[in-house]
Write a protein that binds this ligand. Sequence first.
Ligand code: GDP
Length: 462
Amino acid sequence: PFTVAIVGRPNVGKSTLFNRLVGRKLAIVHDLPGITRDRREGRASLMGVDFLVVDTAGFEELGGDSIEARMRFQTDRAVEEADVALLLIDARAGVTPLDRHFADHLRKAKTPVILVANKCEGKAGAPGLYEAYGLGMGEPVPVSAEHGEGMYELFEALMPHAQKAGVVLDEEDEDEFPPFPDEAADAVAEDEAEPDPGRPLTMVIVGRPNVGKSTLGNQLLGEERLLTGPEAGLTRDAIGVEWTHAGRAVKLVDTAGLRRKANIYDAVEKLSVANTLESIRRAEVVVLVMDAAQILDKQDLTILRLIADEGRALVVAVNKWDVVENPQVALGRLRDRLETSAPQVKGVRTVTISALNGRGISQLMDAVVDSWAVWNRRIPTAQLNRWLAEVIERHPPPALPGGRRYKIRYITQVKARPPTFALFATKPDELPESYVRYLVNGLREAFDLKGVPIRLFVRGGR
Ligand code: GDP
């Protein structure tokens, strides 16, 4: 098998990295001929590539009197048999003379060496990482074995060696997967997604009857008029009204919908799902207005679902906050209810307002702009896969029937507006829905994608 040896001076974290790579799988321990010492080997897997890891920790006291001789002994045995060696240094301690000695010695070996700077969590490892360049062993791979960080980078560094050693990604579905996406792909995707910076973000106000949509619309336009002088900066066309908030052009569309009611029958007006859907489709950001006295009733949930299904950015405006008797209590209850009833848009921006007296309107607009930015966000492939490697580490997908491991290959963002991801995996149909949900929630947390629908498609080859 493709074999990776972990070498380095004592205390750099060799065993920790070994355990990290081998994970919960049992480490096979066997006798090394000729010596009484056990040597630890284990089967590991990174992003679907299987390999054998050999830990050289614990050999320090064998092979001679001088520390250099002992190092050489343990290193040479393992390195000789490996396809690639990971030379570990402790980035927090910096490069020591012993590290240098090691590097010089390994340079003479036939086995290729990858320099790995361990203990790089947080910023503690930064100085040591730069020093490591000075070893002349190429670019160091920053990792934190203890925290499981940098496993994707390690995978990337190992990949060419694995391929040279004849490792194919997966025997079963070799060549079926599209090539691993690279930065060029990110660049192309970015071009496509980047909205014209001069173009205004479009927003629409929806909600069931009498929650205060029209009042909010008037207040918004009135407020902006106050801020910018009479009618200045406010442009109106057939589609809507445009102004600037916090340096961002904003357009409120479907203002006709806000003025729809004009007679007494409006008091018993029913929610028109068809009209609401039409409105939602007109804009990028949807402001869902709710009545503070009646939060998240059935109709609100219906509208929430429409917004999520249409993939729009969402902000919840809880109106009539001026007549709420105990705002603190009400706010707590509101957050709870949103959390449990609207999992599709977890963490949705929620602003309490009074459309009548204008309180909270500016915060509402801030939330609209923020939410829009998140909706447009693109996450680089390397960042995504770094995250994926860690998440799978922490909580691997359940085994397939027969105990085979479920292999998740990589993830990439295929588009923004809303953030849409493709996860490449073997047997996409068999990845449980609960695991997909776990990944979606993880993405939302890790990349701060609050309050926008996230799409995640699991794909196999082809
Ligand atoms: P729409 O059907 O959603 O457009 O609702 P309207 O804007 O017509 O408002 C319905 C009723 O709620 C009207 O009587 C408004 O005066 C009242 N209303 C709207 N916003 C507020 C608010 O912030 N506080 C209070 N107390 N009443 C409001």
